[in-house]
Design a protein around this ligand. Structure first.
Ligand code: MRU
Length: 345
């Protein structure tokens, strides 16, 4: 299966509208920083690496849109566009990583004309996308050896092709193990409230004919207690310098359960998701999303009007619960500050 989560067509960024999967498969077009930022905020595109790719195109397409302006106006408006992108979602560090990468390329253009800057930024966005797939393939190769033939692997949220430029991080590890000839089956947590597991992970696995069983989030402990889970592999939105892992809300619960049942808990983590400026998970900004996501789904409302709602979209799993970080540079077992720093050495 070759899902193109994002693609560049006819001068526009096209992104699969992940809000309506699996019922509908459609691309929406984007041609400015503002529109891409809105696509990220509304979760048309989601998943840390995919958000990074979208932001890179948002920056490039903004430069293309502004390229006829005089240099000073071009610079002021492009800087404003980058600020709009940076405000779209707070937790996935790939967003800020991609914006910083585009800013660096812009700086390197020096006094070049706006049209030249725009061209250079567009080339860089293409490279961010292509590089993401190469990185996922490398993580897949390192991670696949950790899974035994016949392994039943639980995952939470969607860290698949849809969360990246292609192949996936956590699901990339599973795909690579299957490609290597192993029989792997997946247990997909539904992932309340946005249902990335039910709507996206299950869809990806069904498309690819990798056996998948969907469970609600509160069933994971029962399955683990009955010996039905051999390993957990999840993705991440931001890893702190000490190895603490922010990922979709509910991941922490899964990690605690995995430790209780002696099940390895792996995190597929491209280096672009490691934030060395943040000492520990306590400093990771956690997005709080709209109460409507918890009160019901689409037109169906099940909670009493007037009830108080909390909707933190991510949680932090302490490094001590992580069996290993699977990166494109290899697997870091029992991650800590020194081992994370060594990845960049
Ligand atoms: O809110 P989302 O859907 O953007 O959250 C996505 C996740 O939490 C993923 O697990 C994470 O971004 C890793 S994706 C390879």
């Amino acid at each position: 299966m070759n899902v193109e989560t994002l693609r560049y067509r006819n001068g526009k960024l096209e992104m699969i509208d992940q809000r309506v999967l699996p019922a509908h498969f459609e691309y929406l077009p984007y041609d400015s920083a503002q529109s891409v930022a809105e696509g990220i905020r509304a979760m048309v595109v989601r998943g840390a690496p995919a958000i990074g790719c979208a932001a890179a195109y948002g920056a490039a397409l903004e430069a293309v849109r502004l390229q006829a302006l005089p240099c000073a106006e071009f610079a002021a408006e492009l800087a404003q566009g980058l600020a709009v992108l940076a405000a779209s979602r707070p937790t996935a560090v790939n967003l800020f990583w991609a914006i910083e990468r585009m800013r660096r390329v812009w700086r390197e253009c020096g006094a070049a004309a706006p049209a030249e800057v725009a061209q250079r930024l567009l080339e860089e966005a293409h490279e961010v996308l292509a590089e993401d797939i190469r990185i996922n393939r490398a993580m897949g190769a390192h991670g696949a050896v950790l899974l035994a033939d016949g392994a039943r692997v639980l995952t939470h949220c969607n860290a698949g092709a849809l969360a990246t430029a292609g192949w996936g991080t956590a699901l990339g590890v599973i795909r690579s193990a299957v490609e290597a000839g192993k029989k792997i089956s997946v247990i997909s947590d539904e992932t309340r409230p946005f249902l990335q597991g039910a709507r996206l992970t299950a869809w990806e696995m069904v498309q690819e004919k990798i056996p998948v069983t969907l469970i609600t989030d509160n069933m994971a402990g029962h399955l683990m207690a009955h010996g039905e889970v051999d390993a957990v592999v999840v993705g991440t939105d931001r890893v702190a310098a000490n190895g603490d892992v922010a990922n979709k809300i509910g991941t922490y619960m899964v990690a605690v359960l995995a430790r209780r049942h002696n099940i390895p808990f792996y995190v597929a983590c491209p280096l672009s998701t490691i934030d060395r400026n943040i000492a520990s998970g306590a400093e990771i900004p956690i997005e709080e999303r709209d109460a409507a996501e918890v009160k019901g789904f689409r037109d169906c409302q099940w909670a009493a009007p007037g009830v108080n709602i909390r909707n933190p979209a991510f949680d932090v799993t302490p490094a001590e619960l992580v069996t290993g970080l699977i990166t494109e540079k290899g697997v870091v077992l029992q991650p800590d500050r020194a081992k994370v720093a060594a990845l960049f050495g």
